[in-house]
Design a protein around this ligand. Structure first.
Ligand code: TMP
Ligand code: MG
Length: 183
């Protein structure tokens, strides 16, 4: 059995995480894999059953509600998971199980919340990954590389207590550099 491999693609919103995930899925598919492609049920921005980028590229995906559902439904030795932040802490043991069973796992998700805090479980997965691609967005104000993002509306509650109200795109969030986010 192969030893498993974990690749984390992360950064703020609008950094190209899903585009990078789709590129990796295509590369591995060309090499003969038939990856399980998974996204979380809370994110309805694409057509149901898609992962989608902010500029409209899409790829079919299986929509699941929990990290346990990933384990229950996995069929391939390559597993790609988008919007991984929505699975929360249970994703850590689920990914460990996929790796223990020799799988190649690619996880794309936010490493930072809209109020600038580490967004579990991605930071924990970054720590144990074989490869981490931390991407940057462009600051909405000055165009500098942007590691942060902010909602353009108030009242979204606690960023670590995820609710459907917090799901959104460029209509409700903007990317910001360290200077303009004011941290
Ligand atoms: P994206 O990384 O594909 O752009 O999507 C991130 C999703 O996460 C989007 O639906 C907004 C949501 N979100 C949160 O739930 N909490 C947050 O703290 C942030 C920044 C985004
Ligand atoms: Mg995305």
């Amino acid at each position: 059995m192969s030893p498993g491999h974990l690749h984390v693609i992360t950064g703020p919103m609008f950094a190209g995480k899903t585009a990078a995930l789709i590129a990796e899925i295509r590369r591995l598919t060309e090499l003969g894999a038939s990856p399980d492609i998974i996204t979380h049920a809370i994110d309805h921005r694409g057509r149901i059953g898609d992962i989608s980028t902010h500029d409209g590229a899409t790829h079919d995906a299986r929509v699941v509600a929990t990290a346990d559902d990933i384990i229950r439904t996995v069929t391939s030795d390559v597993v790609a998971i988008d919007e991984a932040q929505f699975f929360g802490q249970p994703l850590v043991p689920a990914v460990a199980h996929l790796l223990d069973t020799g799988r190649r796992v690619i996880v794309a998700g936010l490493c930072v919340t809209f109020d600038g805090r580490p967004f579990d479980p991605i930071p924990e997965l970054m720590a144990v990954a074989d490869r981490v691609d931390k991407l940057m967005a462009r600051c909405d104000v000055c165009g500098a590389p942007a590691p942060y993002h902010r909602p353009t509306q108030t009242g979204l509650g606690d960023a670590l207590d995820i609710t459907p109200d917090q799901v959104g795109g460029s209509d409700t969030y903007q990317a910001l550099c360290r200077h303009h986010v004011g941290i």
